[in-house]
Design a protein around this ligand. Structure first.
Ligand code: SAM
Length: 229
């Protein structure tokens, strides 16, 4: 079925609001419903991509809680926490480790308008000591109930929405694609619009064809590729 102009507009509207400088890193968050809910919140807020460190050898699974958000927010796996932290620090992210300990700062007192990564820990144990030591700032969400902590996906959503709120208040939340580097933007738009053709291009080792304003492919592709449209 050809890509409808309305669908193409919707893809652009969502991509125009994506932020490459807001992300989450989850450490050993293994339950499919939690990972799914985290990616769904990332999609809702406009996170471009998320990061994970998982127990080696365990395949990643999502469930219906994700509502397909894993298609719109890519999750990058890292071998271990120090590799993940190094990757993010090289990209100038400030790392906020969630920590229920006494040294942590109330998340509402932090400035999340710059490049920031929220680092969330395992359902049962929280962040490892190694991860905690690598953080730039420990933060917590105040609790007023009998239970000591929030569900990890709820904590993620709370922090992401605070970052979005601050960015919107400061006029820094992107609306026209300025939150994503130009080449990445056009590649992603193509992948979202034509996932099968994009896969074919990658198999062929070639770049993606250009699109016109209506989202139509501006190239006469071979029949095998056209069948994937
Ligand atoms: N016993 C664990 C601990 O002490 O960290 C509880 C883990 S909690 C269920 C799972 C993850 O959710 C935490 O590692 C943290 O990332 C996040 N989280 C839960 N409640 C939080 C809160 N009040 N503030 C910040 N993060 C929280």
């Amino acid at each position: 079925m050809p890509l409808l102009p309305r669908r193409f507009e919707r893809l652009k509207t969502v991509l125009n609001q994506r932020m490459s400088d807001l992300t989450v890193l989850v450490e050993h968050v293994e339950k499919p419903h939690n990972l799914s809910a985290i990616l769904r919140s990332c999609d809702a807020v406009g996170v471009l991509e998320a990061h994970a460190v998982s127990f080696s050898g365990r395949p990643r699974t999502f469930n219906s809680t994700a509502q397909g958000s894993q298609r719109w927010v890519s999750l990058h796996d890292h071998a271990d926490i120090s590799t993940a932290v190094h990757h993010l620090k090289e990209r100038s992210f400030r790392l906020y480790g969630t920590n229920l300990g006494v040294d942590a700062r109330d998340y509402r007192d932090c400035d999340f308008t710059g490049p920031c990564a929220f680092v969330l820990g395992a359902e049962k144990w929280g962040l490892t000591e190694e991860a905690t030591a690598l953080m730039d700032q420990a933060i917590f969400i105040p609790m007023r109930g009998m239970v000591q902590s929030l569900n990890v996906s709820v904590a993620t959503a709370t922090l992401l929405y605070e970052a979005l709120r601050q960015r919107q208040a400061a006029g820094l939340a992107p609306l026209n694609g300025e939150g994503v580097p130009a080449q990445h933007y056009s590649d992603l738009l193509f992948e979202w619009a034509y996932p099968q053709v994009a896969a074919w291009c990658r198999e062929q080792g070639r770049s993606y064809p250009e699109l016109n304003e209506q989202g139509e492919i501006l190239e006469d592709l071979p029949r095998t590729a056209k069948l994937r449209c």
